[in-house]
Design a protein around this ligand. Sequence first.
Ligand SMILES: Nc1nc2c(c(=O)[nH]1)N[C@H]1C(S)=C(S)[C@@H](COP(=O)(O)O)O[C@H]1N2
Ligand SMILES: [Mo]
Length: 423
Amino acid sequence: MSANSRAKAPSRRQFLSGAAAVGVGVAAAGTTRAADPDPLITNVQEWAQATGEGVDATPYGLPIQFEKDVVRRNVEWLTADTISSINFTPIHALDGTITPQGCAFERHHSGAIELSKADYRLMINGLVDTPLVFTYEDLERFPRENRVYFCECAANTGMEWAGAQLNGAQFTHGMIHNMEYSGVPLRLLLEEAGVKREGRWVYVEGADASSNGRSIPLEKALDDVLVAFKANGEALRKEHGYPVRLVVPGWEGNMWVKWLRRVEVTGMAIESREETSKYTDTLEDGMSRKWTWVMDAKSVVTAPSPQAPIAHGPGPLVITGLAWSGRGSITGVDVSVDGGKNWTPARLAAPGTDKALTRFYLDYNWDGSEMLLQARAKDSTGYVQPSKAQLREVRGENSIYHNNCIQTWWIKENGEAENVEVS
Ligand SMILES: Nc1nc2c(c(=O)[nH]1)N[C@H]1C(S)=C(S)[C@@H](COP(=O)(O)O)O[C@H]1N2
Ligand SMILES: [Mo]
């Protein structure tokens, strides 16, 4: 299929005849000039001949039927069972930076539980002056903050270590979401309990069967960690930890404990399953990297990409994607169309903010030829996202977690795209 035949046939014909009829030059490609009567404009349409749905039809709205493909998906061979599994955000089909909760990736170790506000309790114990238990209503009486942060599973892009595997940005990079959280700084709750001088860590766990316990250094717990109950303005969805989850900005998703039930102040790390045998990276020599909490700077082109092929011919093409860093804010993103030989600075839709997704655009004049499309993120610490070869040199190929290398999409002349690796 040629790139041209993908364009909407009638409008293209109208464009050509229209230009000839009025004897003007060719309008900017990517623009449709209709000269023949266009029935979509000249006829009274079906949807204007009757009334639409009333306001009582949809007490809580879902996306219109035409957007039914914009959904979470999983990868069959990664999904032994759906209880202890993952699905992916359709990042190839979204724009802006905020992820709607309804299609934000989920990761459960023992399924999503239903816990009501009335049954909710949060305990703070261990090395504190006064062990405390908070109800949901108690939490609502503490001063609140609103902050936008990304949450990325440490395993995001993990299947790509050994070679290009999954064909789509949703599958290679979709274990990420970015929401505006409303919640109480954990610091305020710890201050209420009074941390003893020997306190060095907190051990946080959830109310689900897996409990997903993790140790967090006290310094981080007192810094920007939130005990959150709203996301994007509304209550957390069940699958994201209703009624209360921990938000651990910039740090791996596994530490963002859902259905948060207990915070224990300890003198040492607990060394739980989730921080020893899992969420650790085994290097080439068999040694493991310990305490790899922070998610390094990373980016991906979301369109064009395998699930979002180019649907038009040569001319203006919007290349877009997402960039983020767990160490600070994104200061720039470069885009390459030749597999990393040459780089062009992309336009940031808005200045990067701390530990949140940043949208970038490159307004490109595509000549219709193949591209090896890449993006490369830079963050406020001066760090530059590495190539796959650079990352492998340091980390080998045994890792599952923390793969933040540059991604390549091979864009073909017909506009289709494929996940490939360039050396
Ligand atoms: N209680 C509890 N918290 C949990 C998990 C879990 O299984 N149980 N999964 C963790 C993992 S591995 C990730 S990546 C994030 C995913 O958050 P999400 O489901 O909101 O996307 O939650 C973390 N918090
Ligand atoms: Mo995760």
